[in-house]
Design a protein around this ligand. Sequence first.
Ligand SMILES: NC(=O)c1ccc[n+]([C@@H]2O[C@H](COP(=O)([O-])OP(=O)(O)OC[C@H]3O[C@@H](n4cnc5c(N)ncnc54)[C@H](OP(=O)(O)O)[C@@H]3O)[C@@H](O)[C@H]2O)c1
Length: 232
Amino acid sequence: MEEAEITEEVVQQSGPNGNAKKKIFVAGATGSTGKRIVEQLLAKGFQVKADVTEGSERLVDAVGDDSEAVICATGFRPGWDLFTPWKVDNFGTVNLVEACRKLGVNRFILISSILVNGAAMGQILNPAYIFLNVFGLTLIAKLQAEQHIRKSGINYTIIRPGGLRNEPPSGNIVMEPEDTLYEGTISRDQVAEVAVEALVHPEASYKVVEIVARADAPKHSYEDLFGSIKQR
Ligand SMILES: NC(=O)c1ccc[n+]([C@@H]2O[C@H](COP(=O)([O-])OP(=O)(O)OC[C@H]3O[C@@H](n4cnc5c(N)ncnc54)[C@H](OP(=O)(O)O)[C@@H]3O)[C@@H](O)[C@H]2O)c1
């Protein structure tokens, strides 16, 4: 979404159920979480539109006026440019939100991270908070983008997962309100599921949810999980 060209656009359609007409734009669809989101959307009968590269000036065209919602699972790829996290995790997301505003796309799901507001939580000395901010202010960049979404008027769900694992789920999802969790991990499969379920549960609207998985946690429906989070 920054300074490069859109090189390919993939539109896939799948599924026999009522989601078949809903087209979802996935940013970061090539990523480890993004590709799981695409798989789960298709399995649930959504159409998926995936901008597989970049180009902020062409985001409006990429999202298009036929997308009903956007899921953003982008994240900077480590490199030598210390500004990359700020460009991707703040400006890239902001550009996507602005594209949605122009197009009238009124549903936005963002994969963010626990500890984005670590300083306000008294977690400024948390090693994860320090580590992720030393490399390009990553968590602060994500928090800036979150604040932009929350002021945008768009119906958002901001999902803040703990440390991401590629392994299949090994516990049930624990969902807490913003600025609550400061440790824990979760399977990318579960993060993708939460993102897709947020689309179909009105209880997820205008909410920030923090998620990890714990082996001893009871299993809850998504209706109950999202419903348990009170909007501030
Ligand atoms: N790793 C963790 O433990 C952890 C914990 C909490 C939250 N998170 C967050 O969760 C999200 C997903 O993480 P992940 O590890 O699944 O992601 P990932 O595998 O690193 O994938 C990142 C995605 O972002 C895309 N991207 C990078 N720079 C871009 C740019 N300038 N314009 C457009 N797209 C760009 C990548 O596209 P290309 O394939 O083209 O590079 C890729 O599709 C990220 O926001 C991450 O910060 C991660």
